[in-house]
Each structure stands twice: as C-alpha cells, then as structure tokens.
Write a new protein. Structure first.
Length: 134
C-alpha cells in the first residue's frame, strides 16, 4: 500500500542507503547473468529435465539474492532486515518484469507474486542471519 511505501521511503531518506541497495541488486543481477550463461553452456551439452532446470534456476536466484544481501548488509549500519527485504524485492521484481517482456510467456499473477514474495522472504532471512554474524 502507499502507506507502506511511504514508510520505506522515509526510513531510507539518506541517498547513500539507496545507492547501497542499487549496487547490491546490480551485483545480484551480474551474478545471475554469468550463472545463466554458464548454465546455458551446460544445457547445450547435457539434456536435463524441466524439473532440474527449474530447480537450478531457483538456486541461481537464491544465490544471487544471498550475494546482494551480503553486500547490502555488510556495508553501513542499521536496518539489515529492511535492506535484505528491499534487495530481494527489487531483484525479483525486475527479474519478473524482464522474464515477462523477454520470453513472451505470461505466468499467472499468483506465480509472479510467489516469485517476488520468495525474494522478499529470502532477502529478509539472509539479512537476519548475516546481521547476527556481525
């Protein structure tokens, strides 16, 4: 809702926080691009089932979120949970939009929402775990 968005924006008034989030999402995206290229090479030599391909794609997303959250939580102080959730949210939202535009395959809104919520949950969980280690 607009109130939630406003609360997030107010809590991140400092532009430096947003730069950290953007950098972290870009790091996650770069990892994703590299991993997808490597996986495409593997697929050119090996025939894998759709289930295995889907599982590897989910692992790539989770590792990307982990790397992004690690970068976001490892810099600066305060609000690691919010940072992690924002990295997961932005990474998955951009990924869902790119998927819809580039593949011309349109999943149900529930499938898109599930992917985005997975990103938010994974980002928050990873951030909490990272914050405990500091």
């Amino acid at each position: 809702s607009m109130l939630t968005l406003y609360a997030i924006l107010v809590s991140f008034q400092n532009a430096g926080n947003w730069l950290v989030i953007v950098w972290s999402v870009l790091l996650a995206a770069l990892f994703t691009a590299a991993a997808v290229i490597v996986f495409a090479l593997v697929l050119s030599f090996a025939r894998l089932s759709d289930g295995v391909i889907r599982a590897v794609n989910q692992v790539i997303k989770l590792v990307a979120i982990y790397l992004g959250v690690r970068a976001a939580v490892g810099t600066g102080t305060g609000r690691p949970l919010l940072r992690g959730m924002l990295v997961g949210l932005i990474y998955m939202a951009v990924g869902v939009m790119l998927y819809a535009v580039l593949t011309a395959q349109h999943l149900s809104p529930y499938a898109y929402a599930a992917d985005i919520l997975m990103g938010v949950a994974a980002g928050g969980l990873i951030a909490m775990l990272r914050a405990r280690k500091r």
